[in-house]
Structure formats: structure tokens, C-alpha cells
Design a protein around this ligand. Structure first.
Ligand code: THU
Length: 134
């Protein structure tokens, strides 16, 4: 799957966003070393606080299926006017899965007419992760 395909998969995932409170539909697509792709979208809640971000949903789906590492590329899409970057909590959640496999995934922050490419380590320098506990 190409990066463009991954971005399309994230956009498709955002079609299932449950975001009636923010009206801000986010999509995420994770690509792994074996070529597999896992998607997620944001799921909000009437109590607001329990809202789940798209990236967190995607990581949770992957890990619930037994995936532990191999994370190479992450595409994130949103409806805003600028490329969307993962929130702080999602950076930490992505870092957990990345560190398990010793990768520093490329994050494709997708905007309406441009894609910003950054490494997770740029978004979350000096990250605290599984290796920090040993
Ligand atoms: N959101 C994400 O899904 N991912 C992010 O990285 C940033 C924010 C969601 C949370 C909430 O449902 C909506 O976007 C507005 O903040």
C-alpha cells in the first residue's frame, strides 16, 4: 500500500467518525512492516471527557489483535485547514507500540492540500516508554 493509499484509508476511516460534539472527524491509518494496515477514527461521548482519538482507536485495535511493534507509517487526516498533528496523548500511545518494535514511525500529517511528514521522535522527543521502566 502506497502512502497515498494509506491516506485514503485514513480518510475512509473518518467516514465512521462518531464526533457529534466537535463535528471534527479524524481518521488514522497505521501501516506495519508486514504490509498490514489498521485504521481508526475518533469516538466521542456525551460526557465529553471519555472521547477517544482516531490514532488511539487504531493502536488499540492493532494491539487487541496481538500486534506488538512493526509500526512504520501513520497517516492522520482531519477536516481542518492545516495538516493535522496527533495530540499529545496520541503521541504517547503511538510511542508505546513503536518502541515495542524499535521503530520511529513516519507520521503523515494530512492537510487539505499538503502532507507534512515528521518522525514520531520529532513530535515526542525524549519519550517515556517501555524501555524507560527497565
Ligand atoms: N482528535 C483525534 O482524533 N486525534 C487527534 O490527534 C486530535 C484530536 C479528535 C478528538 C475529538 O474527537 C476531536 O478530534 C476534536 O478535538
Amino acid at each position: 500500500m502506497t502512502d497515498d493509499d494509506l491516506i485514503a484509508a485514513a480518510r475512509d476511516a473518518a467516514e465512521h467518525s462518531y464526533s457529534p460534539y466537535s463535528d471534527f472527524a479524524v481518521g488514522a491509518a497505521l501501516r506495519f512492516a508486514d504490509g498490514s494496515v489498521v485504521t481508526g477514527t475518533n469516538i466521542e461521548n456525551a460526557s465529553y471527557g471519555p472521547a477517544l482519538c482516531a490514532e488511539t482507536v487504531a493502536v488499540s485495535k492493532a494491539m487487541a489483535d496481538g500486534v506488538r511493534g512493526g509500526l512504520e507509517v501513520v497517516a492522520v487526516t482531519g477536516p481542518g485547514t492545516a495538516p493535522i498533528t496527533p495530540c499529545g496523548r496520541c503521541r504517547q500511545v503511538l510511542n508505546e507500540l513503536a518502541q515495542l518494535g524499535g521503530t520511529d514511525p513516519e507520521i503523515l500529517c494530512v492537510g487539505p492540500d499538503s502532507v507534512r511528514r515528521v518522525r514520531l521522535s520529532q513530535l515526542l522527543p525524549d519519550a517515556f516508554g517501555p524501555a524507560s521502566l527497565v
